[in-house]
Design a protein around this ligand. Structure first.
Ligand code: SF4
Length: 701
């Protein structure tokens, strides 16, 4: 007979930004199975990751003791340590010894080489409270703004454009609003793979008559239900979007009153669009002029049009420009500020929205209050009981910049909590060499990740079901995740570890329950100030903005004005900027990286989840069948992908969804870490790297 659970604990899925609520069924401190719960974003549904991706938490490779690198074990940049030979490289230590070593080394670097010689990478896989405390530790204990996390690699450009254009970096409408829209544009996103439950609402809408327009160089599963698939050429987003706006202007489909009453900068945008006629852009983007015209009319004239986008838009050197175009499209047609309209950058990780809101970014304090703003610094100095003038006014380094700063000898110590830059950073060979060069690297994680293999001190942390905290999904829903089981061995709660490091760099912190951290956080963040811990325990989820107790929260925003000067949104024109590295005779193909349905980011959790790893056990490259044939590779055979920066060998999979000449590779496989190949050129505004485009060549074998 199947074992019967002895308790059920309500929580939130640890994977994507959809934020599905679930229930852990537990027996003898082990999760037996997971069920979907009736949350606002999922109404009982779960995808394969949410349903089956839980037993990583009980995996035998979990870190259970603090580790200190052995003196005779030098850091080798590209080494992945065999889990059975960990003790050849590290020795087990007590918490006291490991924390003392980590704290004293970080303190020593700060005091001898200056605060900016230190960096902290937090994580979107942790809770809001962990993100908040981590950035507070870096800002007040390390005394630098050098703090960042994976938002830099996913939607930093979308957030920059949204903050600039409409004054808020979050979504305007929840995903579920697709059921109220007449037209949905999904651009540069593959929701059936990356936001599967959200994709079910889009599919339902399409089946009920909503016109779904998919814009993507790849033919995602969603295109089966699409009214139109605009399969534009990779890297030509601005050409295509400007052509749509050109049509709207020239056919008089703009929302005149909306533009006059609620925006600025329209005349400059209009002037800029002159050279972007559909006829001129068609050969560039690969979409014929009539289709561009019809799409523009459809979007502009419907009662409600909504745009959702993913990292196909954001991960380019022109990612901010791509997002600026989407914002302009919605503003010029007044397709924002009502249910069934608006802008929705689909957030990737389950708490990337919350971690960014909580200030885990180098240029802003919690709630996007700029570090360069003297009034914001004064507010946080008061809130954190610091002497006036303590907080640094200089924005810190971003993820890619950090790796270059280490190589240049400017950064010497790092504290990384729950991130795996050895796998996730572009040009990962360079990133690994930089990490190995650090004088002192402290890694806090649940497994000995590729990054932890390069650490001096490894601190064993708690997995998602082992802690309580809040997580903010892509819809701005703050949700409560509850502890279901205990961490294994001597592994500790992340909040405890952050606090112990803080004490050892000189901070006098005494937080008890996680609710104390949340309470401090909400009093410094106007957007969530009305959300109390009691309410979260009662309701499990509250949408922000929620500015006073009793405020129901606002799922749809910008109904009356935009949170910018004068309440007006701003048009920002964009011109075509090509990718940093175009194909040539030596490297004639294009590499696009991303995720798979079954695996999550760098794979540290899902590749240790039995069911998920059984479904997708090996590294694969998705190549058009005709390209495979030309290369002389049969499906299932090995091929090698090489760029100017590195190469990997993996299995070829015939895939008609990829356009000829472009190859898609998931970045979750350590044995074929595709970021060794990608380019670290970045968008000058948001500093997001161009993970969606670089030049490669492929050879058989
Ligand atoms: Fe988890 Fe996202 Fe799947 Fe929902 S859709 S179960 S949040 S991975």
């Amino acid at each position: 007979a199947l074992p019967v659970p002895d308790k059920q604990v309500d929580s939130v899925c640890p994977y994507c930004g959809v934020g599905c609520q679930l229930t852990y069924n537990v027996k003898d401190d082990k999760i037996l199975f997971v069920e979907g719960r009736d949350g606002p974003a999922n109404h009982g549904r779960l995808c394969v990751k949410g349903r089956y991706g839980f037993d990583y938490a009980h995996h035998p490779q979990r870190l259970t003791k603090p580790l200190i690198r052995r003196a005779d074990a030098p850091k080798v940049p590209h080494q992945t340590i065999d889990p059975d030979r960990v003790l050849d490289y590290f020795r087990e230590a007590s918490w006291e010894e490991a924390l003392e070593l980590a704290g004293s080394k970080l303190r020593g670097i700060r005091d001898t080489k200056g605060p900016n010689a230190l960096v902290g990478f937090g994580s979107a896989k942790g809770s809001n409270e962990e993100a908040y405390l981590f950035q507070k530790l870096v800002r007040t204990g390390f005394r630098t703004n050098n703090v960042d996390h994976c938002t830099r690699l996913c939607h930093a450009s979308s957030v920059s454009a949204l903050l600039e254009g409409i004054g808020s970096g979050a979504v305007s409408n929840p995903v579920m609003d697709v059921t109220k829209a007449e037209v949905i544009i999904v651009i540069g996103a593959n929701p059936t793979v990356n936001h599967p439950v959200a994709a079910t609402w889009m599919k339902n809408a399409a089946k009920n008559g909503t016109k779904l327009i998919v814009m993507d160089p790849r033919k995602s599963d969603l295109t089966r239900l699409a009214y139109r698939h605009l399969q534009f050429k990779p890297d030509t987003d601005v050409a295509m979007l400007n052509a749509l706006m050109h049509v709207i202007v020239h056919e008089g489909l703009v929302a005149k009153e909306f533009i006059e009453d609620r925006t600025t900068g329209y005349e400059d945008l209009k002037k800029n669009l002159v050279g972007y006629s559909p006829e001129e852009m068609a050969p560039i983007c690969g979409i014929d002029a009539e289709t561009l015209r019809e799409t523009a009319r459809l979007y502009a004239t419907s009662k409600g049009s909504m745009i959702l986008w993913g990292m196909g838009v954001s991960q380019h050197v022109h990612g901010t420009d791509n997002a600026r175009c989407l914002i302009a499209l919605s503003l010029m047609t007044g397709q924002i500020g009502r249910p069934g309209t608006g802008l929705h950058p689909l957030r990737g990780q389950n708490n990337v929205q919350g971690a960014s809101d909580a200030g885990l970014i180098p240029m802003m304090f919690p709630d996007y209050q700029k570090v360069a703003d003297p009034e914001a610094r004064a507010r946080f100095e008061k809130h954190w009981k610091l002497k006036p003038g303590t907080l640094d006014a200089q924005p810190g380094l971003t993820v890619v910049e950090v790796m270059h700063a280490i190589a240049a000898g400017k950064v010497h110590g790092m504290y990384i909590m729950g991130e795996n830059p050895a796998m996730s950073d572009p040009d990962a060979n360079h990133a690994r060499e930089a990490l190995a060069k650090l004088e002192h690297l402290v890694v806090q994680d649940i497994f000995l990740t590729e990054t932890a293999c390069l650490a001096d001190v490894v601190l064993p942390a708690s997995a998602f079901p082992e802690k309580t905290g809040t997580f903010t999904n892509t819809d701005r829903l703050v949700q409560l995740g509850r502890q279901a089981v205990n961490p294994p061995g001597d592994a500790k709660q992340d909040l405890w570890i952050i606090q112990e490091i803080a004490r050892r760099v000189g901070l006098d912190w005494n937080y008890g329950h996680v609710s104390e951290v949340f309470d401090e956080m909400r009093h410094g963040m106007p957007s969530i100030s009305g959300i109390t811990w009691d309410r979260l325990e009662r309701e499990s989820a509250v949408t922000y903005p929620c500015t006073h107790e009793g405020d129901p929260g606002e799922p749809v925003v910008f109904i009356d004005d935009f949170p910018r000067e004068g309440g007006r949104a701003q048009f920002v024109p964009a011109d075509i900027i090509p990718a940093a590295e175009r194909p040539d005779t030596e490297y004639p193909m294009v590499l696009i990286t991303g995720r798979q349905l079954e695996h999550w980011h760098t794979g540290s959790m899902t590749r240790r989840a039995t069911v998920l790893d059984a479904i997708e056990p090996d590294p694969v490259a998705l190549v058009h069948p005709l390209d495979l044939e030309r290369l002389g590779v049969k499906p299932g055979e090995l091929l090698t992908i090489e760029s100017r920066r590195g190469k990997v060998t993996l299995y070829g999979r015939a895939d008609e969804t990829s356009p000829r000449g472009a190859v898609f590779v998931p970045f979750c496989y350590y044995e074929a870490a595709i970021n060794r190949v990608t380019n670290d050129a970045f968008d000058p505004v948001a500093k997001i790297p161009e993970l969606k485009y670089c030049a490669i060549r492929i050879t058989a074998g």
